[in-house]
Ligand binder design. Structure first.
Ligand code: ADP
Length: 512
């Protein structure tokens, strides 16, 4: 221990010539409590002097037993521990402190720092070691490192506690599950929404805590997502109200979280109560369908009366009068079309119509629709062709609905393709799905509008389309029908080159 003493006694002289430690202890805002356990008084005093100067609170112990006693009585952030002491050895003290106070950082002081020795102390949980003789600067560096480590741990702990408070006060339900689908976190809002009364659910399998197949399936899908794919899974869940009260509708989003190698570690599920939104949406739909229904019959009677006049049954018309009345009839017809489409849409969205599903031959429906629209296409000299597929593509679906999908897509293709153009319609198959394609070489859709064309009332407005009548509801209807059949619709288009719509439907669906 003599060499050691020489160094520490010279610390002031060295202070000016040696470079400063990476992070001066004076810079840190918290005052670490340090316990020096060493049987040699000179070492104790030298360490005490230097560490006090650096802003630490220092206590001293002459041997292992005394040191352990002091650690039991109060918390120390750092322990400087001599390995070679009479009585209980430093190694024993190290093991004891690590097992009972794992967050205390231990720096071992050793006179013979062999490699094996160092490895052994590290294995037992030492943070670092100082080999004798060490200079004041070496002591400063190792203490600064320890403080940085303690601060990082404290940051993580406070971040964790902040997160916990934030998540616990959220009104949205939050659930985190690991890759084995065990609960790592479930906030009170989540447990309340799902009607779970258990107090401690952490570590339980999610299937033991909640029975909702919708959520369990979403978590399965999220955790099973391939590393090349990263998508949010969304769904809605209706929970029956208590004592005949209103059902609660929950919007659920589930997303996997991953490590640096892109391996799935688990999933985060967020539940948002959308009951009020749904109620508003329903009110809006009801209102729209009521208005549409109410204006349809008077409009039809106006149309009929105009027809009577136009047919000359109310007397002769001048050319000018006939022209004005024809234009009025056209406008009224567009209005009745709008009312019909609004009604259709609200019926489809409320799931009220066409629930009957049967096995349908897609080929047959395409052929019929192509035949039906041939005349309209011919009128514009458009070549409308049906391309037969090798096998018979069939789906489980509602005939009227699927006919409406094709009718909307083909009539759009005819309306948005200039004369002499070409339209092709065909079906194809993939492992689990049947596909319907409608392709034209018409006006195309500007790329910035592609995301919007399925929205209600959206219409592309440009020179080519401004004179084409429409309601902007056709594709919204198509999308609603396709989604009610658990399928999806996709569009690819290039301005002035053409458009292709692809409808994907699952091959077999069971009756709802
Ligand atoms: P509508 O045709 O009554 O306006 P839709 O919902 O059927 O309403 O279509 C929305 C918009 O999408 C149309 O206004 C049109 O701009 C565009 N669109 C639809 N189909 C095509 C197509 N085959 N080619 C080019 N544009 C299309």
């Amino acid at each position: 221990m003599e060499n050691q003493a020489n160094h520490t006694d010279n610390d002031r002289a060295e202070n000016h010539s040696t470079p400063p430690a990476k992070k001066s202890m004076k810079e840190v805002f918290f005052q670490p409590r340090v316990l020096v356990i060493d049987d040699e008084e000179r070492i104790q005093k030298a360490c005490e002097r230097l560490l006090t100067q650096e802003g630490c609170q220092v206590d001293l112990a002459d041997n292992g037993i005394q040191g352990l006693k002091m650690i039991e009585e109060k918390h120390f952030d750092i322990v400087l521990l001599d390995l070679m002491m009479p009585g209980i050895s430093g190694m024993e003290v190290l093991s004891d402190v690590k097992s009972r106070h794992p967050d205390t950082v231990i720096i071992v002081i050793t006179g013979y720092a062999t490699l094996e020795h160092s490895i052994e102390t590290m294995k037992k949980g030492a943070f670092d070691f100082l080999s004798k003789p060490f200079s004041p600067q070496e002591l400063r560096v190792v203490i600064a490192k320890a403080i940085e480590f303690i601060e990082t741990l404290q940051d993580i702990a406070s971040e964790k506690s902040r997160m916990r408070v934030m998540i616990n006060i959220l009104r949205d339900g939050v659930l985190t599950t690991d890759h084995q689908k065990r609960i790592a976190l479930a906030n009170p809002a989540f447990l309340k929404m799902l009607g779970c009364r258990k107090k401690s659910v952490i570590g339980s399998l999610i299937s033991d805590v909640i029975q909702e197949p919708v959520i369990l399936e979403m978590i399965d899908q999220a955790v099973g997502q391939h590393r090349d794919k990263f998508s949010e899974i969304t769904n809605e869940l209706s929970i029956p109200g208590k004592k005949g009260g209103e059902d609660m509708v929950i919007g659920i989003r589930c997303i996997p979280f991953r490590d640096r190698l892109n391996r799935n570690l688990g999933a985060v599920t967020v539940c948002h109560d959308i009951t009020a939104l749904k109620r508003m949406d329903q009110l809006k739909s009801d209102f729209v369908s009521m208005v549409a229904h109410e204006i349809k019959s008077p409009l039809n009677s106006v149309l009929m009366q105009l027809k009577v006049v136009l047919d000359g049954l109310a007397g002769d018309l001048t050319e000018k009068q006939e022209e004005i009345l024809t234009r009025s009839s056209d406008k009224i017809r567009s209005l009745t079309d709008l009312a019909t489409e609004l009604l259709d849409l609200s019926k489809i969205e409320s799931g009220l119509i066409n629930q009957e599903r049967e096995e349908l031959s897609v080929e047959e429906i395409i052929k019929e629709q192509v035949r039906f629209y041939r005349e309209q296409a011919d009128a514009k000299s458009i070549r409308l062709t049906y391309i037969p597929s090798p096998g018979d593509v069939s789906i489980m679906g509602n005939r009227t609905n699927i006919e409406e999908v094709l009718s909307n897509l083909i009539s759009n293709a005819i309306r948005y393709t200039p004369g002499e153009g070409e339209i092709k319609v065909w079906a194809s198959e993939e492992t689990d799905s049947s596909l319907i394609h409608v392709e034209d070489n018409g006006f195309g859709i500007p790329s910035e509008s592609l995301d919007q064309i399925f929205e209600r009332f959206f219409r592309v407005k440009n020179e080519q389309t401004r004179y084409i009548n429409g309601t902007g509801l056709g594709l919204a209807i198509v999308k609603s029908i396709v989604e009610s059949h658990n399928g999806n619709i996709h569009v690819e288009s290039k301005l002035n080159e053409g458009t292709r719509f692809t409808v994907t439907l699952p091959k077999i669906q069971y009756k709802i």
